[in-house]
Design a protein around this ligand. Structure first.
Ligand code: NDP
Length: 486
């Protein structure tokens, strides 16, 4: 296989340069389309972690008091470099994850560049308030938190690194980022590009490793905040560990999000939304709308259109731009998805479309649609994180809302209807952090994104993310004499 010239040259990026420590546990990087090992990185040793944290702590002091307009210029230059190298970075993202180039060319470095541009533009606009108390007054300053840790999932390695680094750096923090051990390559390229854009050494470090490296970073006393993208189970562990050190957290976790399709909807748009919300990135998207609730009058027509549209799936070489559906990113996750499909059948579900693992190298599973379901079945309750859509029906709006909310998760929700009064009435009742009306899974940088309940705490993107990487310092200003009791 041809490897892109853009590949990283060592396992870690610390204090402005690539570093290697071969004493760390080797981690093979496997191209999920073929099962081939395309690179090997080493998990961070205690020495690498120490260098990363020490350089971040040192560099952050000057960065926090740098001209914020200059901080913004650095981020915007990095955005330009990401865009200029989009093809090479997209090929690397495809090799790291298996996602088809058709997707990575538009969704990964491009989304990362958008975040760097957006937060670069806002860097000089972090303001406080002033409050009068008669002659006395107080003012507030939004201060950087210090050294922040970012921990990523495997599905969007470039985007996750950028979504965390951009608001952290814009507001004067340093970051130590640990990618998922299964997709370690892309964040290294971001680190390299940030240095080229003028970021001082030490402010964005990438260290590799599995959960224990993330855990070591989370509990280090020098760390002020942990921003995790991962599963709800890991989120609970990381938030609990961070609470022990009274650290700030942002938790972007999993979901089991609903898409409600009402009887008056534009059926073709609803089918497109359900396809995007279940099969993009082979279903490995946290906010996917994996419980598709159809008004009962639409069931047959919706499935007919799904059948017809899924005939256009092309499961070819992900580096060929004609391919529109890739493999599952890891062998372990492919096994989990196949177990879920088997459990669904054992519990009485019908596999209406797909359901098979392809008999070829790599981790390929067909886009799968399950029907004849009830809300208590495992496939309707648990996040599968693969290309499996559960189709259910409802009779009226109140029932649809109640069943949509009957989950511990609360990441996202979508609804399709031509009745805008109904759309806003329903959305106001949905317990989900991010909702779409007549659209699904679009996440522009200017829109807050994140979940409620078991799906997380805090928001990424938009101005609100800058609040999550700063804290308020209050200054009371006495203008008169100081009175005391004695
Ligand atoms: P995991 O929860 O398994 O892992 C997430 C990251 O946390 C990985 O880097 C992992 O390391 C690390 N980690 C694991 N244990 C610990 C620990 N005790 N302390 C610190 N770090 C730890 O998630 P996946 O990688 O499997 O990703 C899939 C999940 O991510 C899904 O649930 C999905 O919904 C969610 N997700 C959420 C998004 C959102 O924005 N809300 C976006 C994308 C995905 P390693 O795996 O390398 O061992």
């Amino acid at each position: 296989m041809t490897r892109p010239d853009a590949r990283p040259v060592a396992s870690h990026f610390v204090d402005g340069a690539y570093v290697e420590d071969a004493a760390g546990t080797p981690i093979p990087v496997i191209y999920s389309a073929t099962g081939e090992t395309i690179a090997t990185v080493h998990a961070a040793t205690p020495g690498i972690l120490e260098r990363a944290l020490a350089s971040a702590e040192r560099a952050q002091v000057a960065w926090a008091v740098a001209d914020p307009a200059e901080r913004g210029r650095v981020l915007r230059r990095a955005a330009d470099l990401l865009r200029a190298r989009n093809r090479a970075l997209s090929e690397l993202e495809t090799l790291d994850t298996g996602k088809p180039l058709q997707e990575t060319l538009v969704a990964d470095a491009a989304s990362g560049a958008d975040a760097l541009d957006y937060f670069g533009g806002l860097a000089a606009d972090v303001t406080g308030t002033s409050i009068r108390f008669g002659e006395d007054w107080a003012y507030t300053i939004r201060r950087a938190l210090g050294v922040c840790v970012g921990i990523g999932a495997w599905n969007y390695p470039t985007q996750i690194a950028c979504w965390k680094a951009a608001p952290a750096l814009a507001t004067g923090n340093a970051m130590v980022f640990k990618p998922s051990e299964t997709t370690p390559l892309c964040a290294l390229k971001l680190a390299e590009i940030l240095i080229e854009a003028g970021l001082p050494a030490g402010l964005f470090n990438v260290v590799q490793g599995a959960g224990e490296v993330g855990a070591a970073l989370t509990t280090d006393p020098r760390v002020a905040k942990v921003s995790l993208t991962g599963s709800a189970a890991t989120g609970r562990k990381v938030a609990a560990a961070a609470a022990g050190g009274m650290k700030h957290v942002t938790m972007e976790l999993g979901g089991k999000s609903p898409i409600l399709v009402f009887e008056d909807t534009d059926l073709e748009d609803a089918v497109s939304g359900a396809i995007n919300g279940n099969f993009y990135s082979s279903g490995q998207v946290c906010s996917n709308g994996t419980r598709v609730f159809l008004h009962e009058s639409l069931h047959d027509a919706f499935l007919d259109r799904l059948h017809a549209r899924l005939a256009d799936v092309v499961m070819g070489d992900p580096l060929d731009e004609a391919t529109n559906f890739g493999p599952i990113t890891t062998a372990a996750q492919a096994d989990i998805v196949m177990r879920h499909i088997a459990t669904a059948e054992a519990e009485g579900a019908t596999v209406a479309i797909g359901g098979r693992r392809l008999d070829r190298a790599g981790y390929w599973i067909e886009p799968t649609v399950l029907t004849d379901l009830s809300d208590d079945m495992t496939c309707v309750r648990e996040e599968i994180f693969g290309p499996v859509m559960s189709v259910l029906t409802f009779a009226d709006e109140a029932e649809a809302v109640a069943r949509a909310n009957a989950t511990e998760f609360g990441l996202s929700a979508g609804l399709f209807t031509r009745d805008l009064a109904r759309a806003h009435r329903v959305v106001a009742q949905l317990r989900a952090g991010t909702c779409w009306i007549n659209q699904y899974n679009l996440t522009p940088a200017g829109m807050p994104f994140g979940g409620s309940r078991a799906s997380g705490i805090g928001r990424e993107n938009a101005r609100v993310a800058m609040d999550h990487f700063t804290e308020v310092q209050t200054v009371y200003v006495g203008m008169g004499r100081v009175e005391s009791a004695f």
